[in-house]
Design a protein around this ligand. Structure first.
Ligand code: SF4
Ligand code: SF4
Length: 150
């Protein structure tokens, strides 16, 4: 078992992490895979409960992660440089938390040692979303939710 003191997420910056460590840092919440709306007057973002068509609604993971950027053209390859800059990332996001000097929460699978805790704590989108296949662009405003802080 990895002790907290020896944990890579406490001892390395985002930029120092290996590709494998970087991927393990994702808590699997699926929140960033929801459609967001931006108010052009205020610049404020709003999350909707409408998920990208590649998001598995049960696991809350991408169904084609290796090829996702070729399939979904507005899917983002998150980097260490922009983890602290993207205002629409949820405040619960592990990348955003570490970028702003905050620790990972107890429910993060790396901390708990259990991938189920992100669901048990109500952080993941499991049971709360609908696929973009069932919603038109015009209907997105009707799907704004307020259970994600960012
Ligand atoms: S919001 Fe962050 S932690 Fe959650 S799925 Fe997206 S990248 Fe991973
Ligand atoms: S392509 Fe995959 S990683 Fe990208 S937004 Fe869709 S579900 Fe998320």
């Amino acid at each position: 078992m990895v002790t907290e003191a020896a944990a890579f997420w406490n001892n390395k910056t985002l930029g120092e992490m290996s590709a494998e460590e970087w991927e393990r840092l994702c808590d699997g919440c699926g929140r960033c895979c929801l459609h967001k709306l931006e108010d052009i007057d205020t610049g404020l973002f709003f999350y909707t409960n409408v998920a990208c068509r590649l998001l598995d609604e049960e696991s809350c993971r991408c169904m084609n992660y290796p090829d996702r950027l070729n399939i979904v053209h507005d899917c983002l390859h998150l980097s260490a440089d922009d983890a602290g800059q993207l205002e629409w990332l949820p405040t619960s996001c592990a990348y955003r938390r570490l970028a702003s000097g905050q620790p990972l929460e107890w429910w993060h699978p790396l901390v708990s040692g259990d991938p189920k805790t992100v669901h048990q704590a109500g952080i993941s989108v499991r049971g709360k979303i609908t696929s973009e296949n069932a919603v038109t662009k015009e209907q997105l405003e009707d799907h704004v939710v307020h259970w994600i802080d960012f």
